[in-house]
Design a protein. Structure first.
Length: 489
């Protein structure tokens, strides 16, 4: 979270005192020199204290500080040090009661401030530890739009040694074609998916030339099912060679567009640098490892970005899948950890958009709690009647902010009847045999069961009638549907 309205011309005075890792904060106009020097001093002091406290992981930490930052998600500086320094700055701001103006909910603003004041020491350690394993989970996103490449730290050092602008050697790729799509220019809304691979160019001439071809390789041949962009002429060469259609992309050097820090091929548990960092800290530090709250923040800090980054990812179901085992207090800490991570980052996105994952988690959490409040208010034997699975699943998977009114409208409504209406319905019960007739005493018993004023399942009343259950239930159902409440007379 950059300071507002920095005086950029004056900010250049004294910039020689600013460490190169933090120079971008000044040169890009995010902060003035005075502020950056204060950030720098705080960072260097906290860094020295942490390395002294945890010498067993000093080498891991020193390496992580040099993690490169390329692309739209980390514009605060060229290495991770600038991100850590900015997080420490955000922690200090929260400790003073200052929250980014893009967080507008007063309750959330207060939660963030209160959580930092209560756990400032844990958050300071979190700032340094949460990205400790980034060097081991780096991936390259090339400029040409082709597949991401997972790389090791040694791979990066080789790339770095070649100098800027950084580029990566994309190996030869041979894939079997499973389908084609066509596009015109840079627009994607006019794409056509070819059902038959033997498609002639003339069939897509109504697009703007039809020069672009998108090739989808089979899933097992790439890290994920991505698209490869080829020309119409390249498709012609592929088609000439006959079926099965195969595309061979020669090895080439491609500029690096951005870097990521997640290895999808290893799965969430081992592919997440947060999970890896928490594990390494536990293994190397043993009894001296950071406390459970710090490790929890380190382990969980990627979840918001990985699972809730899309603007409509805010369902109660998604929250349950990722956070259901955490207490309310733990969630407050996890949310605050996400905030300082996002606020300690300068992105191409500006304003509230930079906090989309965090705000989506909060909406999903509120949805989850709202649904559960309604479920907990239902008697166990009426849960299915009041919230049929179809309606409940619709609520849980809704990617929008749920309201009390919306949940109420989804719930099966309780019907209300007077004791007189129940008596009349039962007195009209006439079966083929005299024994089918409901007696006055039985009516009194049924009315007594219903007279509590609470939601009642008709089966409770029907049990009194035993053999007459099936016959009498039809008359109760005539006055309404299960469940219902009896109005006092």
């Amino acid at each position: 979270m950059a300071d507002e309205n920095p005086q950029v011309p004056e900010a250049q005075e004294g910039i020689e005192k600013v460490d190169p890792t933090l120079a971008d904060l000044v040169q890009k106009g995010h902060f003035d020199v005075t502020n950056v020097l204060a950030i720098q001093e705080r960072y260097q002091k906290a860094k020295a204290e942490l390395l002294q406290k945890y010498p067993e992981v000093a080498e891991d930490l020193e390496r992580s500080f040099q993690t490169p930052q390329i692309g739209p998600h980390h514009l605060e500086g060229k290495t991770l040090e600038s991100h850590i320094a900015l997080i420490l700055h955000v922690i200090e701001q929260l400790d003073r009661g200052e929250v980014d103006e893009n967080i507008q909910d007063p309750a959330l603003r207060q939660l963030l401030v209160d959580t930092i004041k209560k756990h400032k020491a844990e958050f300071t350690e979190y700032a340094f530890l949460h990205d400790m394993a980034k060097p081991d989970r780096m991936k390259v996103i090339p400029e040409d739009g082709n597949e991401e490449m997972e790389i090791t730290w040694d791979d990066w050092l080789e790339i770095q040694a070649q100098g800027e602008p950084y580029s990566v050697e994309v190996p030869e790729l041979k894939v079997e074609v499973k389908g084609l799509a066509y596009f015109a220019g840079t627009g994607r809304k006019n794409r056509l998916i070819a059902k038959d691979l033997d498609v002639e160019k003339e069939s897509i001439q109504h697009l703007q030339g039809g020069e672009g071809v998108v090739l989808n390789p089979t899933k097992d041949q790439l890290l994920k099912d991505q698209e490869l962009f080829i020309t119409w002429e390249e498709w012609g060469d592929i088609k000439t060679k006959g079926e099965p259609y195969t595309y061979v992309r020669p090895a080439k050097k491609v500029p690096i567009k951005s870097l990521g820090y997640y290895h999808q091929s290893k799965g969430l548990e081992d592919g997440s640098h947060g999970n890896v960092a928490a594990r390494v800290l536990s293994e190397k530090l043993g009894d001296r490892q950071p406390n459970s709250l710090t490790l929890m923040m380190v382990r969980m800090h990627e979840t918001a970005f990985q699972k809730f980054a899309k603007k409509d990812n805010m369902s109660a179901q998604l929250f349950e899948e990722n956070y259901k085992d955490f207490s309310d207090e733990d969630m407050d800490i996890i949310l605050t950890a996400s905030y300082v991570d996002f606020a300690g980052t300068i992105k191409a996105e500006e304003g509230a958009a930079a906090y989309t994952p965090l705000l989506n988690v909060i909406t999903a959490r509120n949805n989850y709690k709202l649904i559960n409040r309604y479920l907990e208010s239902c008697p166990d034997d009426l849960r299915e009647s009041m919230f049929p699975d179809k309606n409940l699943n619709k609520l849980r998977n809704a990617n929008k902010k749920l309201t009390q009114e919306g949940v109420e409208n989804t719930r099966t409504k309780l019907k209300t009847y007077t004791a007189e209406e129940v008596r009349d319905a039962l007195l009209q019960a006439k079966g083929k045999k005299d024994t089918d007739i409901v007696t006055p005493d039985e009516i009194k018993q049924v009315v007594a069961i219903l007279a509590t004023g609470e939601p009642v399942n008709l089966n409770d009343a029907g049990r009194v009638l035993r053999a007459k259950l099936k016959f009498t239930m039809s008359h109760l159902i005539n006055i309404g549907t299960d469940p219902f409440v009896l109005k006092p007379e």
